[in-house]
Design a binder for this molecule. Structure first.
Ligand code: NAG
Ligand code: NAG
Length: 512
């Protein structure tokens, strides 16, 4: 940093200001000096004049025992000091700067994105310009897939030595300023001082997962934008939840006013499992339904397990626990089957619920219903990419940012003829209708041109507009964004196959 400033001065250039990216926002003056803000029990941010101190809570702050880098396993993730570009890097003698802090200059100019979870938030905030390195194989956002054409040099597989494993620190990830990973080391870049675990999968809330946009915003001074986006997501989610509340007791639905029971199930190794993470059970409850209750004592052949978010799950050995598992399935009105179709998510390879779980329609009413109330959650996937023909599922990268879309789709699945959202079904497809899966590729980004004249420059603007799913609700772009990015987001809304449903939005209604 100092050497570079000296060099610039020797060349007669202004040093400090040049260190800020032209597209970056200034330090949020409204928050400077405002003290500590806690984000649920997940992390705290304390604002000083030109820097922010970010500390993970005890729940989030440990590297997993299975982390790829042995020396980090089980250790505490150190706090981070994010300091404004063009200002002097803070020292540990300055107010609030922890002695073990790691320092990051913001807005971040040069980032590695280690997995799909953080990516959607970079896209929503319009800061994808900072992406220097990403593994495109399993990402599903059409405009981020366009990187493979516009900026092909950003892509290498995380598994290559060039990503992280070159011993002399010449690997790509450690040359960037920040590496967004998770505490298991997904996309680990080889340098602990640059590692920022994006811990969204620990968040026990359906709606609050979308609030991780605020965590990402810290690195880009995009707090106002993040607040603006999240408030609209929240309003839309809560409007849907209010509809769910009415449907819950509505005697005219197919459940005649009895609350339907819903569950997520999957298969792990040689066992069947109830996979009710907390965010999923919240989605079920907010949809106006109830979660199929687990037995109080683990039945023969089954055991209870704890999910990372604290949820109690049940796992039943095949075949010892089959009878008990079948008894739980029998209680459900709607079942979401997560059994894996990875790596290609090809619906044609789905073996059928009866075969996978060894049950008959006589035993499972959800399967007997016509059409069966069995759904899968890979309703939107990317097209195949690279040598391995890799495919990414939007459930894993985009879904967490838009719980309103997930809730709306779940309500459509549960309430069928009695509920239709304004954003359409995206993640869930009924297994009786395999053609319902939507494959999206870079050609679905509105900036793509079949003639090869892709508008790559606009890829850096805020392109992804969150869907709004309750009647009459339309996403409002923040008024201070540039005309350019407004146009880009309008184009995205009107042009994307992804957002077709947006065209049928009812008249304008502000969400807040
Ligand atoms: C990030 O830094 C590397 C290494 O200095 C450089 O080659 C690359 O162009 C930078 N990328 C961005 C997006 O600024
Ligand atoms: C399926 O369940 C039946 C009992 O209902 C059992 O006899 C049979 O072996 C099971 N089949 C498989 C493939 O596990």
């Amino acid at each position: 940093m100092f050497a570079r400033a000296a060099l610039l001065m020797a060349l007669g250039l202004k040093p400090a200001a040049g260190d800020c990216p032209s597209w970056g926002k200034p330090f949020p003056s409204n928050l400077a000096g405002s003290g500590k803000i806690s984000f649920a029990s997940l992390y705290d941010v304390t604002y000083y004049d030109q820097y922010k101190v970010v500390e993970y809570s005890d729940t989030l702050s440990f590297y997993a025992a299975s982390h790829r880098e042995a020396s980090l396993q089980g250790t505490r993730i150190p706090p981070m000091v994010l300091y404004q570009c063009g200002t002097t890097k803070p020292t540990t003698s300055m107010p609030g700067v922890p002695s073990n802090a790691r320092f990051f200059e913001i807005p971040v100019k040069n980032a590695t994105v280690g997995w799909g979870g953080p990516l959607i938030f970079l896209e929503l905030l319009g800061v994808s310009q900072s992406i220097d390195l990403i593994d495109i194989r399993t990402i599903s956002s059409p405009c981020m897939q366009l990187l493979e054409v516009c900026y092909p040099e950003t892509h290498i597989p995380t598994s290559l030595p060039d990503w992280s494993a070159n011993p002399d620190w010449t690997n790509r990830a450690s040359r960037t300023d920040v590496v967004f990973t998770d505490s298991w080391g997904s996309g680990w870049g080889g340098d602990a001082t640059k590692d920022v675990p994006f811990e969204i999968s620990f968040d026990p809330g359906s709606l609050s997962r979308a609030e991780w946009i605020k965590f990402m915003a810290l690195f880009y001074n995009e707090e106002a934008q993040a607040e603006h986006i999240f408030e609209q997501v929240k309003a839309d989610y809560n409007a849907l939840k209010a509809i769910g509340d009415q449907l819950r007791t509505d005697a005219s639905t197919e459940y005649n006013g009895a609350q339907p029971k819903v569950m997520f199930v999957g298969q792990r190794g040689s066992s069947n499992a109830v996979t009710n993470a907390v965010y999923k059970t919240q989605l079920i409850t907010d949809a106006g339904a109830q979660v199929v209750p687990l037995p109080t004592v683990a039945p023969a052949g089954c055991s209870f397990t704890d999910n990372t978010d604290g949820a109690r799950m049940m796992s039943c050995d095949i075949p010892a626990g089959d009878a008990a598992f079948r008894a739980v399935l029998a209680e459900a009105d709607v079942i979401i089957d997560e059994s894996s179709l990875w790596p290609d998510y090809d619906p044609a390879k789905y073996r059928g619920f009866a075969t996978i779980y060894n049950v008959t329609a006589d035993q499972v009413p959800a399967l007997a219903r016509n059409p069966p109330n069995i759904f899968r959650l890979d309703g939107q996937v990317s097209d195949a990419f690279g040598d391995g023909n890799s495919v990414g599922s939007s459930w894993f990268d985009i879904q967490q940012s838009e719980p309103q879309q997930t809730l709306a789709g779940l309500m459509e699945a549960i309430w069928d003829r009695d509920f239709t959202s304004t954003c359409g079904q995206k993640y869930l497809w009924r297994v009786s209708n395999p053609s319902a899966q939507n494959v999206v590729g870079h050609q679905d980004c509105p900036l793509y041109s079949a003639q090869g004249q892709n508008d790559c420059q606009s890829l850096h603007d805020r392109l992804h507009t969150p869907p709004m799913c309750s009647p009459g609700n339309v996403f409002q772009t923040m008024t201070t964004t540039t005309v350019q990015s407004q146009e880009a987001s309008a184009a995205c809304r009107a042009g994307g196959a992804l957002a077709l449903a947006a065209l049928v939005f009812a008249p304008f209604w502000a969400a807040f």
